[in-house]
Design a protein. Structure first.
Length: 277
């Protein structure tokens, strides 16, 4: 099994790249990764972290990922921009083809794209039907379509790793956001089902379920109640501080790397001890 340089959350991804240039090997050397929802927030953090460990990254979003790509390239990494709509199967196929045309293969898919920040919370019987349908279209159908687009290229190259982003909200049962909760619970179920279907192809499928991460999307979701939400969330955790993007990147690197070669079908809680499975 390949053992590389472990991502140290205390230093920036640019410093990791400098270590690689000095001769240290990265955990994702020679791997090609697609990251959806990579224009900002967690998706951008995942893309940057994976590039810092040697991966070539196709940064995808419905909006341009030019800033994400520029940041990676400026630090010496490899990345390309891909404007993709996960709600469109044709767009997902084009995304997969771009990765193959640019880098020759697909080893890793991080399904991060999701509706979250702009959602309007309400009691379940008062949720807007159009919002419900939009959430399911992106968070559930979009994830399914991305997986369909990459599975044949992964089979052709001998295997791969699919990493689906779920949420503590699904396990805990977050009130006043049943559309989001249901979509992220579906992600866990899909992860388990696909893991059983794809094991014979050496394709691993795992989920990561974080608590609220301090990103732009979280700020939009809680709005003026953000400060109170941060205090309440932290107080309910064993580790009583708020989750930051750097707390998640190590788990993503691990699941993308060969260090997790015998791990599949699992939901990895990254929530400071909010919930024990």
């Amino acid at each position: 099994m390949f053992i590389g340089v472990h991502l140290d959350p205390r230093i920036s991804y640019g410093e990791h790249l400098k270590k690689m240039e000095a001769g240290a090997m990265g955990q994702l050397d020679d791997k090609v990764a697609i990251v959806t929802g990579a224009a900002r927030g967690l998706g951008r953090a995942y893309a940057e972290a994976m590039a810092s460990e040697g991966a070539a990254v196709l940064a995808c979003d419905i909006n341009s990922c030019a800033e994400t790509v520029a940041s990676i390239v400026a630090a010496g990494g490899r990345a390309s921009d891909c404007v993709a709509d996960v709600a469109s199967m044709d767009s997902c196929k084009t995304m997969a083809l771009q990765a193959q045309d640019t880098y020759g293969k697909i080893d890793v898919l991080v399904n991060n794209a999701a509706l979250y920040g702009g959602l309007k919370g309400a009691r379940f019987e008062q949720l807007d039907e159009a919002q419900w349908d939009a959430v399911m279209n992106i968070n559930v159908k979009g994830l399914w379509q991305c997986c369909k687009a990459v599975v044949d290229p992964m089979r052709a190259s001998g295997g791969g790793s699919i990493i689906n982003i779920s949420s503590l909200a699904a396990v805990y049962g977050l009130p006043y956001g049943l559309d989001y909760v249901a979509s992220k619970a579906a992600v866990i179920g899909m992860t388990r089902g696909m893991a059983r279907e794809l094991g014979a192809d050496n394709i691993r499928v795992n989920a990561v379920a974080p608590s609220a991460v301090m990103t732009e999307g979280t700020e939009e979701f809680f709005g003026e109640k953000l400060d109170k939400a941060k205090r309440v969330i932290a107080s309910g955790q064993v580790i009583q501080r708020n989750l930051d993007t750097v707390d998640l990147t190590g788990t993503i690197i691990y699941l993308a790397s060969d260090n997790s070669a015998f791990v599949t079908g699992q939901t990895h809680m990254v929530d400071g001890g909010s919930w024990f499975l």
